[in-house]
Design a protein around this ligand. Structure first.
Ligand SMILES: Nc1ncnc2c1ncn2[C@@H]1O[C@H](COP(=O)(O)OP(=O)(O)OP(=O)(O)O)[C@@H](O)[C@H]1O
Ligand code: NI
Length: 354
């Protein structure tokens, strides 16, 4: 198993407001491998967008990384200077696509100009070569007659086509990683399906790994290889996608699946999770899900520093249910906390954490 393309370790992000501090991402760790689509799923406000924008350090001004590392190959993006990140990584090695294409496109410039500028900002190519690449990128995302569309302005495209243009710009410098934050939310269902197909196609044909942020477990089932489940700023489970649906590990993952109509047919009964997600200004101690959890197994759930337990089916879960020391009834075999059976925790060189 090769080392991961992206390796996030113990990431912490804090927003400071006039009265409070909000730790929107807390001790989050996950890896994204070559050519995989990694989903991040969770309810509104759990920290998905914060996590996505932190990778490229595009946080709001009042947000900052207060701990952890973001390894992209052998470079820690969390420790890099802003100018180096802007020059060498952002838009070049890693691109981002947001929910609303209008936030990424400038209405006063043609899309050709926006594409060519992005290309020439990152790649040392002639204007002519940049134009050729721009046309190729538009063709890659399925825009008909791409050469004729270069001189069009964003408003001359439909919503779905506009999102394709944004994806074309994101792909124009052949990034190794594309981060897409709810890229299909707000689009018609049929257009949504087309954009998801496009992401799969890009992932298959361009050596581009994808981090796909979504609140929609149906989207995850359709396109993701592995998925991280977020709850109140924590990643509570990271599992291969079939494991999440067939054998979810964390009680929150189970409850989430049971509460969602789209996946209802797979489950016995549709139930609503009792209670509400916590206020991130004052999150519960121990496992943040414990006040709502129906499977609390130990006092440690309320107070402990939850370990990450690796399972033989490739999942990692932060829950005492899978820790024989706290849950004597647990009979499965955990793979140990520091070594994953298939070597998935190999660290990039220079990183000695976890
Ligand atoms: N600039 C900010 N200042 C203070 N708090 C913020 C800021 N941006 C986000 N938050 C808070 O951080 C938490 C995580 O927000 P985030 O937008 O990352 O969640 P999300 O999972 O993407 O939600 P959604 O599904 O609604 O997009 C929320 O409690 C939110 O209120
Ligand atoms: Ni969001």
């Amino acid at each position: 198993m090769s080392s991961p393309r992206l390796s996030v370790r113990d990431l912490e992000v804090t927003y400071t407001t006039k009265h409070d501090e909000v730790k929107a991402v807390d001790r989050v760790s996950f890896d994204v491998y070559d050519d995989e689509i990694f989903g991040v799923v969770g309810e509104s406000g759990c920290g998905k967008s914060t996590l996505a924008s932190t990778i490229l350090r595009l946080l709001d001004d009042n947000g900052e990384i207060t701990g952890g590392e973001i390894w992209y190959g052998d470079r820690d993006l969390a420790a890099m200077s802003e100018s180096e990140l802007a020059r060498e990584i952002r838009g070049r090695e890693i691109s981002m696509v947001f929910q609303d294409p209008n936030t990424s496109l400038d209405p006063v410039y043609t899309i050709g100009r926006q594409l060519i500028e992005t290309i020439r900002q990152h790649l040392d190519v002639s204007k002519r070569e940049a134009r050729r690449r721009a046309i190729q990128s538009l063709a890659d995302v399925g825009i008909p007659s791409p050469e004729d569309r270069l001189d069009d302005y964003p408003h001359q495209f439909s919503g779905g086509m506009r999102q394709r243009v944004v994806i074309a710009i994101a792909l124009s410098c052949d990034p190794g990683l594309l981060i897409a934050d709810e890229p299909t939310t707000g689009l018609d269902v049929s257009i949504q399906a087309q954009i998801l197909d496009l992401l799969e196609d890009i992932n298959d044909n361009h050596d581009t790994s994808v981090v796909l942020i979504t609140h929609d477990l149906g989207v995850v089932a359709e396109v993701c290889d592995r998925v991280g489940v977020m709850y109140a700023g924590n990643l509570v489970e990271v599992s291969p996608v079939d494991v999440v649906y067939d054998d979810p590990k964390h009680p929150y993952t189970e409850d989430l699946l049971r509460s969602i109509p789209e996946t209802h047919e797979m489950k016995a009964e549709l139930t609503v999770i009792k209670g509400t997600p916590p206020d991130l200004r004052e999150p519960p101690s121990g496992c943040r899900y414990h006040p709502r959890c129906t499977k609390v197994c130990s006092d440690a759930c309320e107070t402990g520093d939850i370990p990450r337990v690796y399972q033989e089916d490739g999942s990692a879960v932060r829950c005492y249910l899978y820790d024989p020391a706290e849950n004597p009834e647990y009979e499965g075999s955990a793979a140990g906390d520091d070594e994953h059976p298939d070597g998935r925790l190999e660290r990039p060189e220079g990183s000695d954490r976890l």
